[in-house]
Design a protein around this ligand. Structure first.
Ligand SMILES: C[S@@+](CC[C@H](N)C(=O)[O-])C[C@H]1O[C@@H](n2cnc3c(N)ncnc32)[C@H](O)[C@@H]1O
Length: 339
């Protein structure tokens, strides 16, 4: 596997290395064995070592990371402390092995959107995505907004988490990605459970990720846990194909700009045997009167409320198997597995 021997530090990335003053700006390439955090080992023809006098052996390596580039999906090389801890990611710089694009942490999250680092262009997504980028909605989300879901049949975070953990039994010990994590309600529970080697709390909303960080900061056990905050679009998930053990997406499918692209992406990143567990609001259930159904076809915010049949159809169309679901009023929790 050839890795360019061009100097690793791009001028645009100097700020990252100022955050991390112990890193050398004159790396040398040497053959090395690169190791993923989740215990997977890969071989590469070269890696970077740093100048002498540095802290630990781990910090002297450039590793191929669990993250990949959202543009070309090549794995990212990382310079900085290893692991998924927020502090380690904040002190690291990431560069795509394929297209050489740099990615950096902003505030306390790593921005792995295609538009990361752009100065002039800012992406505006559909209303159902933009709504959650607002600071007010992000602040209110765990302070009343989410509790309202109970009226539609959501059993509440504790019960939803309990059932999800049962579905994820065979994924335990691996990497879990909480897609569209919001302010991290479930990411924090997954990280606290100690069941996974790492948890990635991923959302498109900068303000949801800031809220998530504020919640994590308040809990000693979490601030040192292997939980990373990543900004990404569910339609361009920044992970290599077949690299993730479990994907959770709570109350999210109806917010995605394209549920089919999102589920295709989730299927791509899951390893064989990996599990997908999601919850959402159904458009209607078998008990919804026929007369009311046409009014539920489109919601004012343009949410994609699907039927049970559509969700199963989407999952199976991307190749997921062993689909099953539980419903309660408009609430559905579904699971499927990558063959
Ligand atoms: C209703 S919240 C769900 C939060 C949490 N998972 C839960 O169970 O309460 C939906 C989340 O989907 C996120 N979202 C919307 N569009 C997205 C996209 N294109 N990519 C990633 N996340 C997106 C929003 O930012 C929001 O945080």
């Amino acid at each position: 596997m050839a890795i360019s021997s061009a100097p690793f530090i791009h001028p645009l990335c100097q700020a990252e290395f100022r955050k991390c003053p112990f890193l050398s700006s004159k790396p040398q390439f040497l053959p090395h064995l690169l190791r993923f955090k989740s215990q997977r080992t890969i071989h590469a023809s070269s890696a970077v070592t740093l100048e002498s006098g540095l802290n630990t052996q781990n910090e002297q390596e450039i590793q191929v990371d669990v993250f990949s580039c959202p543009i070309c999906f090549e794995p990212l090389k990382r310079k900085g402390p290893p692991g998924l801890k927020i502090s380690a990611i904040y002190r690291s710089a990431f560069k795509c092995k394929g297209c050489n694009k740099f990615y950096s942490s902003k505030d306390m999250y790593l921005d792995l959107t295609v538009t990361s680092g752009l100065r002039d262009y800012s992406e505006v997504q559909p209303a159902r995505t933009e709504l959650f980028r607002s600071p007010l909605v992000s602040f209110l989300y765990e302070r009343g907004w989410r509790q309202n879901f109970r009226q539609s049949g959501f059993p509440g975070p504790d019960e939803e988490f309990r059932v999800a953990q049962e579905y994820f039994e065979s994924s335990k010990g691996g990497l879990l990605v909480d897609v569209s994590c919001g302010s991290g309600l479930f990411s924090r529970k997954f990280a606290k459970s100690g069941s996974y080697s790492g948890v990635v709390a991923l959302d498109f909303s900068e303000n949801m990720l800031r809220q998530c960080y504020d919640f994590i900061k308040k809990e000693d056990t979490l601030s040192t846990a292997n939980i990373a905050l990543v900004r990404a679009d569910v339609s361009r998930l920044p992970f290599p194909s077949g690299s993730v053990d479990a994907v959770h997406a709570g109350a999210a499918l109806h917010c995605w700009p394209s549920p089919s692209n999102a589920i295709a992406e989730i299927t791509r990143i899951l390893r064989s045997g990996g599990k997908f567990v999601g919850t959402t609001f159904l458009r209607y259930t078998s008990s919804t009167p026929w007369i009311i159904r046409p009014f539920r076809e489109r919601s004012p915010q343009g949410y994609s409320y699907l039927t049970e049949e559509e969700i199963e159809d989407l999952c199976t169309s991307t190749g997921l198997t062993n689909y099953s679901s539980k419903t309660q009023q408009s609430y559905i929790m579904f699971t499927a597995e990558k063959p």
